[in-house]
Design a protein around this ligand. Structure first.
Ligand SMILES: CC(C)(COP(=O)(O)OP(=O)(O)OC[C@H]1O[C@@H](n2cnc3c(N)ncnc32)[C@H](O)[C@@H]1OP(=O)(O)O)[C@@H](O)C(=O)NCCC(=O)NCCS
Length: 247
């Protein structure tokens, strides 16, 4: 995207003393920040995170779950914590709502994703961005058996015309874009949107367009104003969706 991002931490630098919290291995991610408007803080993590990054209340909220779920939650919260710190918020317990949505501080918007080997979070002041969504999918895991569930018939037709490898990459992108869109729209609508309710236009310049296929719980103009972008990164397809404030 065009905006110059204010954070100048080199890509893939491991966590440093500057992060303040030496137990938190999550680090600022200029590469993910490129998927979003400026002033969005992006954080990523490609290793496990110690449970000590969680606040007592967060740990308690998840302690009834299986270890894998606790590990995923912890990686996501480690990213969120690092991002919140950048916005001047420390020690905040980021709990989940009844639809699993993260309950951010009142003046902050954000989004979290975690998948095999990768977790990320984006945050911004609500005064600057209305809502955010991020998602990451492992390309290999989005096989043809999933297309029926995640694609519209037109999207399936387009995929069928590609080579197997290319189709798998684009299917992962479609999946990730729809989930990022869902996360972005949910805090505003609090409504379900199905995979067949929108389609994804993939552009070679790294941008995406989200096209409503039915009447959505959010206004068509709102969807048209979204900024959506993607990149492929090794085994992953990563997507970001941001809702700017209406001018
Ligand atoms: C909610 C959903 C999008 C999460 O995506 P996922 O690929 O399963 O998992 P990810 O790791 O990328 O994201 C998980 C994080 O999403 C966030 N999340 C979950 N539900 C959310 C919601 N309703 N609103 C916003 N964010 C939500 C949480 O932070 C969660 O991590 P946490 O539980 O550790 O806090 C997915 O499970 C889902 O229900 N999808 C169906 C709806 C949909 O995507 N429709 C497509 C419409 S076009």
């Amino acid at each position: 995207m065009q905006d110059k991002h204010p954070h100048s931490v080199p890509y893939d630098v491991p966590y440093t003393m500057a992060d303040g919290n030496l137990e938190n291995p999550a680090h600022l991610s200029p590469r993910i920040a490129e998927l979003f408007p400026s002033r969005v803080v992006a954080v990523e993590l490609t290793v496990e995170a110690p449970r000590s990054v969680l606040t007592e209340v967060e740990l308690k909220s998840i302690s009834h779950c299986a270890n894998k779920r606790i590990d995923d939650f912890t990686r996501g919260r480690a990213c969120a914590r690092r991002g919140l710190r950048e916005l001047g918020v420390e020690g905040f317990s980021l709990l989940s709502g009844d639809k699993r949505e993260p309950l951010w501080p009142q003046d902050i918007v954000g989004s979290i994703t975690h998948t095999t080997g990768f977790a990320a979070a984006v945050v911004a002041h609500r005064a600057q961005v209305q809502s955010l969504g991020i998602d990451c999918e492992v390309i290999e895991s989005v096989g043809e058996d999933l297309w029926e569930r995640i694609c519209t018939p037109q999207e399936r037709e387009r995929l069928a015309q590609l080579s197997e490898a290319q189709a798998r990459r684009q299917a992962a992108l479609i999946f990730a874009a729809k989930e990022a869109f869902y996360k972005c729209q949910f805090p505003l609508s609090r409504e379900w949107v199905g995979f067949e309710d929108v389609s994804i236009e993939i552009h070679d310049d790294g941008t995406l367009r989200i096209v409503p296929e039915v009447r959505l719980p959010v206004a068509a103009e709102w969807v048209a104003a979204l900024r959506a972008a993607y990149h492929y990164r090794g085994q992953w397809a990563v997507t970001g969706v941001a809702a700017p404030h209406c001018s």
